[in-house]
Design a protein around this ligand. Structure first.
Ligand SMILES: [Zn+2]
Length: 419
């Protein structure tokens, strides 16, 4: 059986512009980028730039002309620059593009006016080029959904995204954390079948066949496919009623996990675009995944499919209960400091379960501290990786120094929860 969360990829890119895959399926691009990032800072400026000296604190809005004349110029804002890791540029489409230190650059020009984000219609037109011919788009208040499946299915997904968006903002506002309207339209792609989705996913990672969907912090796009399989089964042009569609989805045993995956990935996209988290910021995986699992709960009895914010996640509660039978004494400390637990096939299910439980516990029992912790981490710019000690220190400084007591309280709460 496909374990979507276990095999979920790329929704939690962490580290200094690192393109890490949760399941460890790094593709060639990732390997190449990692190698390039390890090289020294060797930006080559043209004579014009050199005449003024390379201004590493330079213009916020720039255009880069590459020495490779085949590579198109790149316009965007400098998010971060670092001699070791290179430059991180945000384009008007909202993509984050890493420029390795070894990249040969002919010229960097300052652009006087502020960068204008691409509007919804333009970004839809660009995104449709990534889908098979004949694909369509629809826009909601915050999302641009590009799809080549039925209008009904696309609309249902879009409504699900919007419902979660508003629910998340309302939830955090009640906790004292005011989030922002996204600067860029949030782009979601929905392919008509899994084969097309897998083909598309190869640009980001290998192993798409084991997933239902993913969000990538670099492209800022969410991608999934029609989970109903209705397209291709019904004759072309058949109109599908919303009730029929929902019935088809919700009647399946795997429905809860499939819908939870859509919600989980949408949650990542919303978190990284509303200021809850900083894209490519240095977040321990337990936190990013904890937030997404906290909001992912599906409800196959509701017409929208979302159970709402902060409900008990029955699936992950089962995972953590199972894990508790043989939980190591240092489990909490390892969860806080070791992302590897999420990447290894034999430990990831327990790690997801435990991070959901920890997030649930902290949000319920220490909401002010949790919000303060989020605020502290989001202030850190990309490209500043913290080590295990720093992660532990951050946690203890926010939630108290007595980790053993916190762990006992956490286990007691998890043991007593009734789904
Ligand atoms: Zn995730």
């Amino acid at each position: 059986m496909i374990r979507a969360l276990k095999l979920e990829l790329l929704c939690t890119l962490t580290g200094p512009f690192a393109l890490r895959a949760v399941a460890g399926n790094a593709n060639r691009l990732l390997a190449l980028l990692a190698a390039l990032l390890a090289l020294v800072w060797t930006l080559i400026f043209c004579s014009e730039a050199s005449a003024n000296g390379p201004n590493l604190n330079g213009p916020k809005h720039i255009e880069i002309v590459f020495a490779d004349s085949n590579r198109p110029n790149l316009r965007g804002e400098v998010v971060s620059e670092n001699p070791r890791y290179g430059m991180l540029i945000q384009t008007p489409d909202g993509e984050l593009i890493a420029i390795a230190p070894s990249t040969s650059i002919a010229k960097i020009e300052a652009i006087d006016e502020p960068m204008q984000p691409t509007d919804a219609s333009e970004i839809a037109a660009k995104t449709l080029a990534l889908l098979p011919a004949g694909a369509k788009s629809l826009s909601t208040e915050h999302f641009v959904v590009c799809y080549d499946t039925s209008d009904t299915y696309a609309r249902w997904n879009a409504n699900l995204y919007e419902k979660m968006f508003k629910g998340m903002l309302r939830f955090w506002k009640e906790k004292g954390l005011e989030l922002q309207t996204p600067r860029f339209p949030l782009v979601a792609l929905i392919f008509r079948d899994k084969a097309d989705y897998i083909e598309y996913s190869k640009r980001d990672f290998q192993g798409g066949e084991n997933t239902f969907g993913y969000y990538t912090q670099t492209t800022n796009r969410l991608a999934t496919f029609d989970l109903t399989g209705i397209e291709g089964v019904l004759p072309p042009g058949t109109k599908i009623q919303r009730e029929e569609l929902l019935g088809e989805i919700f009647s399946r045993p795997e429905a809860e996990r499939q819908i939870a995956t859509i919600l989980h990935e949408a949650c990542h996209q919303i978190a990284f675009n509303t200021g809850l988290q900083t894209r490519l910021g240095d977040y321990p995986l337990w936190l990013s995944e904890g937030i997404a699992t906290f909001f992912e709960s599906a409800d196959t009895r509701s017409s929208s499919g979302w159970a709402g914010a902060g409900r008990i996640n029955t699936y992950n509660l089962q995972q953590i209960r199972f894990y508790f039978r043989n939980r190591p004494a240092d489990s909490l400390a390892s969860l806080l400091t070791q992302d590897e637990r999420f990447r290894k096939g034999d430990t990831s299910a327990a790690a997801y379960g435990e991070c959901w439980g920890l997030t649930f516990f902290l949000v319920k029992k220490k909401p002010k501290e949790f919000v303060a912790y989020l605020k502290k981490l989001r202030e850190r710019p990309p490209g500043n990786p913290s080590d295990a000690k720093q992660r532990l220190d951050d946690f203890l400084a926010s939630f108290g120094q007595d980790l053993d007591k916190l762990d006992k309280d956490f286990v007691r709460m998890m043991t007593g929860l009734r789904p």
